[in-house]
Design a protein around this ligand. Structure first.
Ligand code: FAD
Length: 393
């Protein structure tokens, strides 16, 4: 392989460049990224950046050592794969770029609500800077969606003295990620921070001056922030022949049906051996680590991406961490009481641990992730005793 293009200049794209070189790839390397900023870290956007601190968000990279041509501010428009041989051409506004290896790392884009009114989303540094300017003391800020990002933006907006209302269509915050029972345990955090949380509320449209709700009522707002989820950024692959279904469809080694094309990060839907199903994860940990496997696959080396998914969130002064996949669990047990300052919830079926959620219990998370990775049976009495280590057997 002599000419690899990485499409997408986020964490997964940069990691792919770094891992390709670290794995000994010596050929040509080009980064095509739609944003004009060099790769930067997104988690601070909803935390430090909204609070006013943009220091240190650039991702560290030794560009000289990477020997990479950077085409930033360039959006790939289409992909044409050769029928008769490996490789193809990336269609860009600067003209066609040929390749014999391709990494797709185009991430995800926020879903927007219908309506003509202005709405903020939060995905890019430019989004964050625009939103930060709207978070003025006393401003009526309405957030739609009480997911991971909604909770973090509510934290930042309340911290700046805004009058914050969060509208959530589900029965509880984080209901999509954790289920309504566990999500409900976070509801009190909103009130504690002076944020009004309204669950079971559907928004019909964002209109000038506020929002129209599904019941026909109008809620005035100085700023509306939509945080109702993301979709993989894969529209540009239409007509390429690659399978796209909730993300770029790849195997456990992150290869598409064309071995010279791999995908990693938020845009990929990979086959998980561990869970026996396809997974997508819009999490930093995946964007950081999956590209190593994608790089190996591209270079014809053996590697399998089979992690225990992990996400963290900083909300209302708490460190909230989740690891695993709880779809197959049939019960939840606690270490510590959920009304205490720090606690851990464990999703189980029989003596199998499927997932855990920790609130200000980083040690439980570190130990729990090891337990989940081992996948061995656990002693339920032992792991629910907060006086003992979460070691399991
Ligand atoms: P992205 O970071 O989205 O990068 C994709 C890049 O590709 C973008 O720059 C995009 O412009 C570019 N691109 C798209 N289409 C094209 C095209 N056609 N041609 C060229 N370039 C293109 N995760 C956690 O685990 N914990 C957190 O606390 C956390 N906080 C977050 C806070 C915010 C505000 C956001 C937005 C995300 C957060 N995440 C968090 C998620 C994490 O940041 C993402 O999972 C990660 O950034 C995904 O990286 P990626 O490289 O796959 O995609």
């Amino acid at each position: 392989m002599r000419n690899v293009i990485v499409v997408g200049g986020g964490l997964a794209g940069l990691s792919a460049l770094q891992r390709l070189r670290a794995r000994g790839y010596e050929g040509g390397l080009t980064l095509v990224g739609a944003e004009s900023h060099p790769p930067y870290d997104r988690p601070p956007l909803s935390k430090a950046v909204l609070a006013g601190d943009t220091e240190g968000i650039a991702l560290p990279a030794d560009w000289e050592a990477l020997r990479c041509e950077r085409r930033l501010g360039t959006r790939a428009e289409a992909l044409r794969l050769h029928d008769d041989r490996p490789g193809g051409v990336l269609v860009t506004p600067d003209g066609p770029l040929p390749f014999d290896g391709l990494v797709i790392a185009t991430g995800a884009m926020p879903v927007r609500l219908p309506g003509e009114g202005p709405q903020h989303v939060l995905r890019t540094l430019d989004d964050a800077e625009r939103l930060r300017d709207s978070l003025r003391a006393g401003a009526r800020v309405v957030l739609v969606g009480a997911g991971w990002i909604g909770a973090e933006v509510a934290t930042a907006a309340a911290g700046k003295g805004c009058r914050v209302t969060v509208l959530e269509a589900g029965d509880a915050p984080l209901a999509g990620a954790l289920g309504p029972e566990l999500g409900a345990l976070t509801a009190g955090w909103y009130a504690e921070s002076g944020v009004e949380l309204r669950c079971g509320v559907r928004v019909a449209s964002v209109d000038p001056g506020g929002l129209t709700l599904a019941d026909g009522s109008f809620l005035p707002a100085d700023a509306v922030v939509t945080g109702v989820g993301v979709r993989p950024e894969v529209g540009w692959l239409a007509g390429s022949g690659l399978e796209v279904a909730g993300g770029v469809v790849v195997d456990g080694s992150l290869r598409t049906a064309r071995p010279e094309v791999v995908a990693a990060g938020d845009c990929a839907s990979w086959w998980s051996e561990r869970y026996g199903r396809r997974l997508t994860a819009e999490h930093w940990d995946t964007a950081l680590n999956a590209p190593d496997v994608a790089a190996a696959a591209l270079l014809g080396q053996e590697a399998l991406y089979d992690p225990v998914p992990y996400v963290w969130s900083e909300q209302f002064g708490r460190m909230v961490q989740y690891a695993g996949h709880h779809a197959a669990a049939d019960r939840v047990v606690f270490r510590g009481t959920p009304d205490g300052p720090g606690w851990t919830a464990l999703w189980l079926s029989g003596d199998r641990l499927h997932a855990l959620l920790t609130v200000d219990r980083p040690r439980d998370m570190a130990q729990g992730r090891r337990l989940l990775a081992r996948g061995t049976p656990v002693d339920v009495d032992l792991i629910t005793d907060p006086r003992t280590a979460l070691s399991g057997a």
